[in-house]
Design a protein around this ligand. Structure first.
Ligand code: PGA
Length: 256
């Protein structure tokens, strides 16, 4: 069996000015900027991307964006494209986050266009999927996750799929302090890996990192990260302070 490098990404959401972002990145780089056991990505807001990118230069920490438009350029007021992100050395982009889906009306079809555009531009998507509380309670978790995953990945080739990262984020666990149990999370992660096997073959599915997101903290991370199909975390709240974020990286590095 392939051993996958653990992956910890910080989703800063709409937090941190450019200057605050530089301070945070410097602290993260000072603590874990040389290690290579865990792939570490920070995803600042657009206004802090370039300065954060400069602050992590020469370290092993990578730069991710939180969203993008699927077109390369044009009359799309307020939007940012994949080539623009690439031009400032962004390597990853979060797509289909539940906040984008629920607060900004992003559909599976739109997420799919963004995934294809990111891949075409050599940006690695961190594709988010996950069910709401109502969906979990009505027993449709796996169905929802299946639909979101399959639709988002329509038209993605086997080769492209190897660079994918998927984040399972139960919507009811995001920013609520309610973390999924390890059994709940592992069940969905294994299910997603099964879907990826069907879509892209077993060797590809074994390479894709599947992250858990939703109130992951240093206290609950070791147990989650020890699960067979949980390859890392997409971290919101705990990514806003260097100490907790670094602790999460350290927790991931400790899993063998
Ligand atoms: P949280 O956010 O860690 O604050 O729950 C995770 C996310 O939304 O990516």
């Amino acid at each position: 069996m392939i051993s996958r490098k653990k992956f910890i990404a910080g989703n800063w959401k709409m937090n941190k000015t450019s200057a605050e972002g530089v301070t945070l990145v410097r602290d993260i780089v000072a603590a874990v900027g040389k290690q290579t056991d865990v792939e570490v990505v920070v995803c600042p807001p657009f206004t802090a991307l370039e300065s954060a990118g400069a602050a992590l230069e020469g370290s092993s920490v990578k730069l991710g964006a939180q969203n993008m438009h699927f077109e390369a350029s044009g009359a799309f007021t307020g939007e940012i494209s994949a080539p623009m992100l690439r031009a400032i050395f962004t390597t990853h982009v979060i797509l289909g986050h539940s906040e984008r889906r629920t607060l900004f009306g992003e559909t599976d079809e739109l997420v799919n266009k963004k995934v294809l555009s990111a891949l075409k531009n050599q940006l690695k998507p961190i594709l988010c999927v996950g069910e709401t509380l109502a969906e979990r309670e009505s027993g449709s978790t796996l169905k929802v996750v299946q639909t979101q995953t399959e639709r988002a990945l329509e038209g993605v080739s086997k080769d492209q799929a190897q660079t994918l990262v998927v984040a399972y984020e139960p919507v009811w666990a995001i920013g609520t302090g309610k973390v999924a149990t390890t059994e709940q999370a592992q069940e969905v992660h294994a299910f997603i890996r099964g879907l990826l096997t069907k879509l892209f073959t077993e060797p590809v599915a074994q390479k894709v990192r599947i992250l858990y997101g939703g109130s992951m903290k240093p206290a609950n991370a070791p147990e989650l990260l020890a699960q067979k199909d949980i390859d890392g975390g997409l971290i919101g709240g705990a990514a806003l302070e260097a100490r907790s974020f670094v602790e999460l990286v350290t927790a991931a590095a400790a899993i063998k």
